[in-house]
Ligand binder design. Structure first.
Ligand code: PMP
Length: 349
């Protein structure tokens, strides 16, 4: 048994899980990176560690300092765990609509939690703007200073996924990988993994699975404007959000995050909740793997990519967090009925 010296040593090195239903449906080998096994329960533990380590290295985060972030929840949980372990304080700004499970977990971990209304990005009350304002205020009032994590544009986010998630996938597949696909919240996972895999194997296909209501699918599929590259197209109403058309938390944006700068994708698809949710439900019921809504979008995306590539290919996606984080929403028949979403009979019994 290997002894670890602290929680930061438990982040990453997650298993790659064979996804039976998705693989059998397509004749491909489809795997999910089991990010729900990180100590904070999500892929965002990696981002939290990457951002805190970079802020320490630059001197922006001083001993005993405060790290502030606006988040749909998982980054806040990761940041708070790492902050607790390394002697910092976290201030987490979240939309009130985030799942009760995430809110209560952050309270339990001791985050200084600020809940804001679910406002559009154009409003100063949006959780990201609030986080920036809080960080500016705390930078003056805190004895050891405060820093804003800024996960949508912080290069440390994409970098940690390039250096850990992407390298792990390359090693775990022994380089036998044809495609990688996932949804985007901040884009750190997609862009970082793409950087790592393309460096090893330029022909690997990188795919985007975009939830309904998100702007990225049209961004990547808009015809390039004269004199501009792909990343300069199709700016819609700016600002990241969980979209109104999907119950999946942590994914879907109404602008193009800085983390995606220079990224091109080989494949993209739009996934609505009616398509995504059954993958999450079946995975729990038939394979014993409990995941949240964004993982359902990712698996549906992997299936779409597999159909495009044809049988015999190996495709990897991400199981971002666990279903237990959404018991009151994704696994609650009343909630699903209210949102006119499908649920299996076993859930109601
Ligand atoms: N799924 C969940 C549940 C998340 O919390 C996030 C983070 N926003 C993502 C997917 C997307 O990850 P990324 O920010 O790296 O795009």
């Amino acid at each position: 048994m290997t002894n670890r010296t602290g929680i930061t040593d438990l982040i990453g090195n997650t298993p790659l899980l064979y996804l039976r239903e998705a693989s059998e449906l397509t004749g491909c080998q489809i795997y999910g990176k089991a990010e729900f096994m990180n100590p904070g329960g999500s892929v965002k533990d990696r981002t939290a560690l990457g951002i805190i380590r970079a802020a320490e290295a630059s001197g922006e985060l001083r001993p005993g300092g405060v790290i502030v972030e606006g988040t749909a929840g998982n980054t806040g949980i990761g940041l708070t765990l790492v902050a607790n372990a390394l002697g910092y304080q976290s201030v987490i700004v979240m939309p009130q609509t985030a799942s009760l499970e995430k809110i209560s977990q952050l309270e339990m971990l001791g985050a200084d939690l600020i809940l804001v209304p679910n406002a559009p990005y154009s409003s100063s009350q949006h959780y990201i703007h609030t986080a920036r304002q809080v960080a500016q205020g705390r930078a003056h009032s805190e004895p050891n200073g405060a820093t804003w994590a800024q996960q949508f544009d912080n290069p440390a986010n994409r970098r940690i996924h390039r250096d850990t998630t992407g390298q792990e996938i390359w090693q775990q597949t022994s380089g036998n990988i044809d495609g990688f696909i996932c949804a985007v919240g901040t884009g750190g996972t997609l862009a970082g993994v793409a950087d790592a895999l393309r460096a090893h194997k330029p022909a690997v296909k990188i795919g985007l699975a975009d939830p309904a209501g998100s702007a990225l699918y049209s961004h990547f599929n808009a015809p390039p404007q004269a004199g501009q590259g792909q990343s300069a197209t199709a700016q819609s109403e700016p600002g990241p959000s969980t979209t109104a058309q999907s119950i999946a938390e942590g994914i879907g944006v109404s602008f193009v995050p800085g983390n995606l700068d220079g990224l091109s994708v080989d494949f993209s698809c739009q996934i609505d909740d009616d398509t995504a949710l059954p993958f999450a439900f079946n995975l729990l019921k038939h394979e014993g793997i409990s995941v949240g809504g964004s993982s359902g979008v990712n698996i549906a995306g992997a299936v779409a990519m597999a159909r495009e590539l044809g049988p015999g290919h190996t495709i990897v996606t991400v199981l971002c967090d666990a279903g237990s984080r959404y018991h009151s929403k994704l696994f609650n028949p009343e909630f699903l009925m209210r949102h006119k979403l499908p649920f299996p009979a076993w859930m109601a019994s």
